[in-house]
Design a protein around this ligand. Structure first.
Ligand SMILES: [Zn+2]
Length: 181
């Protein structure tokens, strides 16, 4: 699907959620394909919930290598999110709606379905032991410092630095593996 077709699909999902697509019209959000299930690999299991996080194979390999190097350097990192389907993303949005939060607000920290890098199977949300919440405070951790120095070597790039052009909040926990880096 091309960007126009992907955009149309996102607009349809937003309407199904009762959200006027105009709410993101001023944002130059990119649209992503949802990766095929068969390309995803079980990458890590959540120690608390037992949830299995999946990435495409080369991203999973890069993640394991990065995590191993971080551990060798005395830094613990673990996944709190990886691949997310469009349906799953829509569910996250429904939860925000049920909590009474306005789309203009939650779309600064949650991408509309079709606009999340998590659909590609290349994006990860990372946390570290001792960091209670995956928010801007992750940016003050030793793990974040380590990632800033070393993640690029493994192909991971922080997608949403402060004042990013897409209008997302600063997300020091969100990194995306890029095959060409
Ligand atoms: Zn993320």
């Amino acid at each position: 699907m091309n960007q126009a077709a992907l955009k149309t699909r996102t607009e349809r999902i937003l309407r199904d959620l009762g959200i006027d697509p105009q709410v993101i019209a001023h944002r130059t959000l990119p649209y992503f394909e949802e990766v095929s299930e068969h390309l995803l690999e079980d990458t890590e299991t959540d120690a608390e919930t037992g949830k299995v996080y999946r990435l495409i194979s080369p991203a999973a390999t890069a993640w394991h290598q990065m995590k191993q190097q971080a551990a060798a350097d005395g830094v613990g990192i673990y996944l709190v999110s990886a691949f997310r389907s469009l349906d799953y993303q829509a569910g996250l949005i429904r939860a925000k709606q049920e909590a009474g939060i306005a789309p203009q607000t939650f779309f600064t920290s949650l991408a509309p379905p079709g606009c999340s890098e998590h659909h590609t199977g290349c994006a990860v949300d990372i946390n570290t032991p001792g960091c209670d919440e995956v928010t801007g405070v992750f940016g003050e951790t030793e793990a974040f410092q380590w990632l800033q120095s070393h993640a690029a070597r493994f192909g991971f790039v922080m997608s949403f630095p402060m004042n990013n052009p897409w209008g997302f909040i600063y997300e020091p926990w969100h990194w995306c593996w890029h095959s060409n880096s």
